[in-house]
Ligand binder design. Structure first.
Ligand code: NAP
Length: 519
């Protein structure tokens, strides 16, 4: 039996346990994982609070050494990850290898960021003792770590958004300890990475409270973690209901804390005009690839297409349905996701005004988590009259919505909720003719694409993986790219401090040579 990791020790071997399930065949895997006890949660948070004091003094170099060491460590265990993660998630080997590379790449990206040091946004206003009518004091500010961060592993990114994924990497880079709540669907993957994290912390002489891993239910262990007074921020990727529940717990604490939850998005695609045959072919191919990537289990999966209808629309709908029907059913990540997908399809397909153009036949007796594709079609009038059509159906399905006019397209974009992405397909001239619509879309999404599909998310400084609610709980944030570090740091201003007592980043001689805004 395995138990949680609390710093450098193991948690309680409590009587309540769970096992991972192989989504390909529905069989339980042999290892039992003990649920963390409430005392495990308290202990993890207590040592995290102690570690936070020490880690606040770490310079960029010390943080970079650990992040790079961990990146190398994760690369070293790629073969082991392929073995366990394929069993727990049903994901194919190339995806596991790709996600391992993304995870170590993210750690190295944050290592480079903190080593360079400019991210702290240092600002200096020198004193003006002679200023009239009042003297100006010396004021200097920079970003400092928030304190211990609770991170919830995402089911759909068992590495890149889990134990040592983007949330943890950005929190460590900011100087924050991390307490991770494992996802029930891939505990073995989480444990393997967690053991590597502990080895690297020891080797880099970091305090044990810099990391803990808790197994257990979200509603008990997860909520106890977010309620713990030592926790100062939360990173989450998952369902709207889960993210909202944790947001509510965090907001109702005696000391409310920020929750950076990335939840639900239907990532609309807007087609401005009818396309010629070749462009239509390329577009349907690209849309199919985007909608079925990872069996549709990407947060940037395009769930809705607004298209100009008419005869072109009819041809597009039928050729897209034909392409989607050629996609063989694949296992989804866990039973809960498959169940949510099938319920979403049932709900939508029985909604008045929706026509099911294609739906893969499934053996409902299949013990695994197989899911196939679905294409539904409706008119904008129906979509505008029924908000439930805007709900995320997480999986390889697409709702194609025909609109009649530019005015109706504007209505559609006004009505949709906040999104991670909105993709526009057309000519350069469409960008000029639809200037107002595009300006309006800026209020709806974190990333706006032109003639590109949204599924691939480049990990780089300028990417934004965020958006207005319900895409995320805080539209000012991104959970991918270097900007993710800003979620776990807050500005602190030092007024009238003698130079040698200031953080080095703010000292007069600028010993680190970082970029500063100075007056
Ligand atoms: P989830 O159910 O939200 O679970 C994510 C994490 O949150 C798990 O650790 C879970 O704990 C915890 N949790 C869930 N509800 C909670 C609550 N009320 N209080 C405290 N913690 C809670 O997400 P999932 O398992 O990844 O997938 C389920 C559905 O979420 C999908 O079908 C899909 O609709 C949506 N989803 C969306 C995205 C996206 O990016 N848009 C990504 C993934 C999933 P347990 O382990 O105990 O369940």
């Amino acid at each position: 039996m395995e138990s949680s990791i609390i710093g450098y020790s193991r948690g309680d071997y409590s009587a309540k346990t769970f096992q991972a399930v192989n989504p390909s065949n529905g069989e339980k895997l042999s290892v039992h994982y003990a649920f963390a006890s409430y005392s495990d949660v308290d202990k993890a948070c207590e040592i995290a609070a102690d570690a936070a004091m020490e880690m606040a003094g770490f310079d960029g170099k010390k943080k970079a050494v650990f992040l790079r060491f961990l990146a190398d460590g994760i690369d070293e265990i790629t073969d082991l990850l392929v073995e366990i993660m394929r069993l727990e998630t049903g994901l194919p080997e190339p995806r596991v290898r790709g996600e391992t590379g993304r995870t170590s790449g993210q750690l190295r990206m944050f290592a480079n960021l903190v080593e360079e040091g400019n991210w702290v946004d240092a600002r200096i206003d020198r004193a003006q003792p002679e200023r009239q009518p009042l003297p100006k004091p010396d004021l200097r500010s920079m970003l400092r770590p928030m304190g211990p961060v609770a991170v919830f592993c995402a089911s759909n990114f068992p590495l890149a958004f889990s134990v040592a994924g983007g949330d943890s990497a950005s929190a460590w880079a900011a100087g924050c300890p991390v307490v991770v709540k494992a996802h029930h669907a891939h505990p073995g993957t989480a444990l393997l990475v967690a053991e590597k994290v502990v080895d690297c912390l020891k080797a880099c002489d970091w305090p044990e409270g810099a990391f803990s891993l808790l197994f257990g239910e979200g509603r008990t262990v997860g909520q106890a973690l977010v309620s713990n007074p030592s926790i100062k921020a939360v990173g989450f990727t998952g369902s709207r209901s889960g993210g909202k529940a944790l947001f509510d717990v965090a907001s109702s604490r005696p000391e409310p804390i920020p929750v950076f939850a990335e939840m639900s998005s239907i990532n609309p695609i807007v087609v401005f005009n009818e396309m010629d045959d070749q462009t239509t072919e390329e577009f349907t191919d690209g849309l199919m690839g985007s909608a079925t990537l990872g069996t549709g289990q990407f947060c940037t999966n395009p769930g809705v297409v607004f298209h100009p209808g008419g005869n072109w629309g009819k041809t597009f709908v039928s050729s897209y349905a034909k392409k989607m029907s050629e996609f063989s059913p694949c296992p989804m990540l866990h039973k809960g996701i498959r169940q949510a997908y099938l319920s979403g399809l049932n709900r939508l397909s029985s909604t008045p005004g929706i026509e099911v153009v294609h739906q893969s036949e499934l053996d409902l007796q299949d013990p695994g988590c197989l899911a196939g594709t679905c294409v539904m079609s409706t008119h904008a009038d129906n979509f505008l009259n029924d908000e439930s059509m805007m709900d995320e159906v997480f999986g390889p399905s697409t709702l194609l919505v025909a609109y009649d006019s530019k005015e109706q397209l504007m209505e559609l974009t006004k009505r949709i909720e906040g999104q991670l992405t909105i993709s526009l397909f057309g000519e350069n001239s469409d960008l000029i003719e639809n200037e107002l619509l595009i300006a309006f879309l800026e209020t709806k999404a974190g990333r706006i694409l032109f003639n590109q599909f949204p599924t691939g998310v480049e990990v780089c400084p300028s990417v934004v993986h965020g958006g207005p609610y319900p895409a995320t709980s805080d539209s000012r944030s991104t959970s991918v790219g270097t900007g993710a570090i800003l979620r776990f740091a807050r500005p602190i201003c030092y007024q009238g401090f003698p130079d040698k007592f200031l953080p080095v980043e703010l000292q007069e001689k600028n010993p680190l040579g970082i970029r500063r805004s100075e007056v």
